[in-house]
Write a protein that binds this ligand. Sequence first.
Ligand code: FCB
Length: 468
Amino acid sequence: MTTFPPGFLWGSATASYQIEGAVAEDGRTPSIWDVFSHTPGKVLGDDTGDVADDHYHRYADDVALMARLGLQSYRFSVAWPRITPQVTADELGPVNPAGLAFYDRLVDALLAAGIAPAATLYHWDLPQALEDAGGWTDRRTAERFGEYAAVVAERLGDRLSMVITLNEPWCSAYLGYASGVHAPGRTEPAAALAAVHHLNLAHGLAASAVREAAPGTDVALTLNLGWFQPASGSAEDADAVRRVDGLQNRVFLDPALNGRYPADVLEDTAAVTDWSFVREGDLELIHQPLDALGLNYYFPVLVGRAAPGRAPERADGHGDEPASPWVAADDVEFPQLPGPYTDMGWPIDAEGMRALLVRLSQEHPGLPLYVTENGAAYGDGPGPDGAVHDEQRIAYLRGHLEAVAQAVEDGADVRGYFLWSLLDNFEWAYGYSKRFGIVHVDYDTQVRTPKDSAHWYAEVIRTGQLPG
Ligand code: FCB
């Protein structure tokens, strides 16, 4: 019987643009995801977040649903364009009371239901006005983010149990600015590395702003770390693993937790940028004390060196192949792992989550860890009996929760688990075609139907162990 430590926190996660809708209400201005999703061809089916799960209007019912499932914590994100809709690169602009009031109501509803609110300050919906001035390639975006963080923390911080500065800056930087499959859709390798640094800086500025405005709340950072396995025992493949580990994992972990950039990453990327955007004092600003680190984990990755003669993927967006997010690592390839796969085409191996949690606990002893996202996309909908029998999702969750329990047994200080996601929602470039929810959403009627996995998860929460 797999059991979890007493006090282990059970939650679920969502993000503003993926569920809220109401994109033009109460003073909200466009984010990069509004502009990107409204650009034909960028999102599958040209889906947008205009309505999404209409959570902005239905939050009270959604909180009641969370309470029925017994969730102990709910991780949501705050949409920056609701809070300071007139922000420019040089000025934060006025705070929008109506925008803040929405999160105020949400937080109070959660507390009234006995659910601990955990807020992410940035889950990818950058105000478009900032992108027009350079976005994450411009350091002023980081400066404004620190100010925005202070506004949110001053207003909500007394009631938040955790504030997560950034969600998966790897995606914001490399998918947004190198491969271009995420907003803002740019394909400029050097810009992606500037974005990496300014996101790191944004994290540090926000962490200290939140600490000051809301000393009682935990401050955390959420990373999607890669679990990279070499395709063979060759020295080339081992070196390929080192390089992608640097670009995805250590380029975020090292500055935030150790106050430095990894020397090998600076060297590997020297042909792309000289990193002159890193100013004196930046690393001290980035290196803030943290109360926890959040890990988002979905799938394992196999890594190898491309065979000589194979045309390297072009990272400039002009080749036949799509641009690569792997800046300065065009010669690295990712051989397909055997299935089974989820609907995302992602292979399933929970061992990666265990291994990453254990690695983090060994490299950073004393740093509490949370799984801030984990889950699977499967398309099941209501059957003739009205229920949603998503057996594959339950199997995925069981395997991954066993891995979390194993990590705890192996000494990792894992304090909680947030399942992605509560509701089916707007899955970025895949639009509504991928369903990650433990609650099914009918997008025509907005009817919510808890899937079998929701009932299963409720049982896990109630008993603190995996049903046999
Ligand atoms: C993560 C994102 C989250 C969701 C899941 C499936 O990368 O943080 O918003 O899209 O993937």
